[in-house]
Ligand binder design. Structure first.
Ligand code: NDP
Length: 322
């Protein structure tokens, strides 16, 4: 089969398109013929060696496709079933062995590209606004990078729970994307003193929660945008990691809560993952949630996919198609 392999870490060009032996289904696994693969920031961290993996490895965490082989111990799935997954390593390939505990059915009305696009970013948006800071109609939230993959989905989910979204972004086109997704306010954080604008918009009260996937460049402003006892959900570092921080400051800033959540801890077991995925697909099927695909590249063009997600030029999901 054809797959992407990384034999040394570095820039996008270390993503090599190679011939590998296809996997066979081990105990409690199925082999899937992959139809669509999601590109995520974590793939770039693996590629760069920021989160080191043993070399050589095939990157990628999510995808969707059709079961072609069922391993021993599996009775729930059959050849031909349409499935998708997140947090399964080695997904940049024509065939992937997926463990039973990661398998989800793709509803008939959802195509493989939408399913692959929805999983990792959609499940992240879901746990952020359902569990990290449960949003209701009284909630006002800042969503940084509002036109990004997580940002667009999170904005829609906050709105469907009745909350108010103040989005941030870096271009007029992306600002419009944020408004189209439901954000009531969008601030150009590349141009405006955005934390001051948040205070103006909230009448000096501050917001209940900041969802911050940008990290280094926004961290201080995020803290000063919160109301007393507000929550900063620092879920990513698109601009770089936040430097060491003196926790004592949280008292003076208003008894703030700062958390650094990770998807794996919010899909702790089969029941939690299945519940989150069914809510995600239910929202897509009902038309409440729109999954926006920014660009699809051939699997052989994986370096372009990585340049795209790191470029800030795209709004929505980047896919690879085998
Ligand atoms: P996005 O599609 O949101 O892309 C990142 C966005 O960050 C860019 O589009 C850009 O938006 C903004 N940004 C700000 N500064 C920079 C910079 N210096 N370089 C590049 N981008 C910048 O990506 P995702 O939605 O996939 O992921 C967003 C973040 O969430 C990432 O940090 C990712 O690692 C994290 N993440 C965390 C998870 C978790 O469970 N903790 C799970 C999934 C993702 P703009 O131009 O509007 O500023």
């Amino acid at each position: 089969m054809r797959a992407i392999q990384i034999s040394h870490t570095g820039g996008p060009d270390v993503l090599e398109y190679v011939e590998l032996d296809p996997p066979s289904a081990g105990d409690n696994e199925v082999v899937v013929k992959v139809h669509a693969i999601g590109v995520n920031y974590i793939d770039t961290y693996h590629r760069e060696g920021a989160y080191p993996l043993p070399l050589p490895f095939t990157p990628g965490q999510e995808g969707a496709g059709e079961v072609v082989e069922v391993g021993p111990g599996i009775s729930e799935w059959s050849v031909g079933d349409r499935v998708c997954w997140a947090m399964v390593g080695g997904s940049y390939a024509e065939y992937v062995a997926v463990p039973l505990e990661a398998l989800n059915k793709v509803p008939d009305s959802i195509d493989f590209s939408q399913a692959a696009a929805a999983m990792l970013q959609g499940l992240t948006a879901h746990y952020l606004c359902t569990n990290v800071y449960p949003v209701d109609q009284h909630t006002t939230a800042v969503v940084h990078a509002v036109a990004g993959g997580v940002g667009l989905l999170l904005t829609q989910m906050i709105r469907s729970r009745g909350g108010t979204v103040i989005g941030t972004t870096s271009s007029a086109e992306k600002a419009q994307r944020g408004v189209d997704a439901g954000a009531q306010h969008v601030i150009r954080y590349d141009k405006e003193p955005w934390a001051e604008r948040v205070q103006e918009i909230t009448g000096g009260r501050g917001v209940d929660v900041v969802y911050d996937g940008v990290g280094k460049d926004t961290f201080e402003g995020s803290l000063s945008s919160l109301r007393p006892r507000g929550t900063l959900a620092l879920y990513g570092a698109a601009s770089g990691p936040v430097p060491p921080f003196d926790l004592q400051r949280l008292g003076a800033l208003g008894s703030l809560i700062v958390t650094r959540p990770t998807l794996g801890h919010f899909m702790a077991d089969h029941t939690e993952r299945a519940w989150r995925t069914s809510e995600l697909f239910g929202a897509i099927e009902s038309g409440q949630l729109n999954v926006s695909i920014a660009a699809s590249f051939a699997l052989s063009d994986a370096p372009e996919g990585h340049r795209a997600i790191q470029s800030r030029d795209y709004s929505g999901k980047i896919l690879l198609i085998p």
